[in-house]
Ligand binder design. Sequence first.
Ligand code: G1P
Length: 285
Amino acid sequence: MICRMKGIIVAAGYGTRFLPITKTIPKEMLPVGLKPSIAYIVDEFIASGISEIIIISSRRKKALEDYFDREIELEELFRCEGKVQKLKAVEPPDAHFVFIRQAEMKGTGHALLQAKSLVGDEPCIVAYPDDLHFGDIPLARQLTEVYEKTGKCVLATILDPGDVSRYGIVDPCPDGLGVKGFVEKPARGSEPSHEVSIGRYLYTPEFFEWLEEGWEKHAGGEYYHTYALDRMIQLGKVAYHRVKGRRLDTGEPGGYLEAILHNAAGDPELRPVLERFIADYCKAL
Ligand code: G1P
């Protein structure tokens, strides 16, 4: 499937939950198996037919650019030696990458505005890099299919993972598709539903117009996506989609560990190691 939609990864954040390692290593470069976590999102985009990927980073995240660049000398060496697996491992993914630096950390809404002129007149998929998706149908493609049916912005949701006060919560329309409200990080007990928005969105070009308007009015502090989202919801132009497959939040140490274990459980070489470790560990308890 070829699609003209671009994918955006908002990767400028500090990653303070992973200090001290994030003093020098971007959290998006932390490994899940042999790949850094951001590579899973790039693979999801490519599997969804997206070939133009915009990464919004910052001056302390140079490793991201290097990672998606070529390693000509190593490629040449492995090609000469006929080491096909190693060659495959070192070759960058088959996509066109554009890096934008967010000069000041002014929130995700401000970060997205840095990509407005590149987005153009096509909808785009936005990913927050903490959220990894594992499943048969890549998440970006799931959202694209909802857009093709509705023509609306699409929010990816999961059922309440336990603490609604950490997330944006969707107020769904009775048709199970439309969104009539959105509450960012509600106090427990005041949430309008259990449909929790995760870090994967399909935004139409109109969303970026509202984002810009909101930024012009913005008084100070961090600027989020909610102003534009509220406007689009008022216009009836937002749908939601319950994610098919598994979502893991690598933005906190527990979720990151789960992602590593999930990867190991699905790897024929690592699975026996994991099983042996669990068996020995349980025996020793
Ligand atoms: C952001 C969004 C929130 C969403 C969450 C998903 O919050 O603002 O609506 O539920 O990502 O991870 P953050 O985690 O940046 O505080």
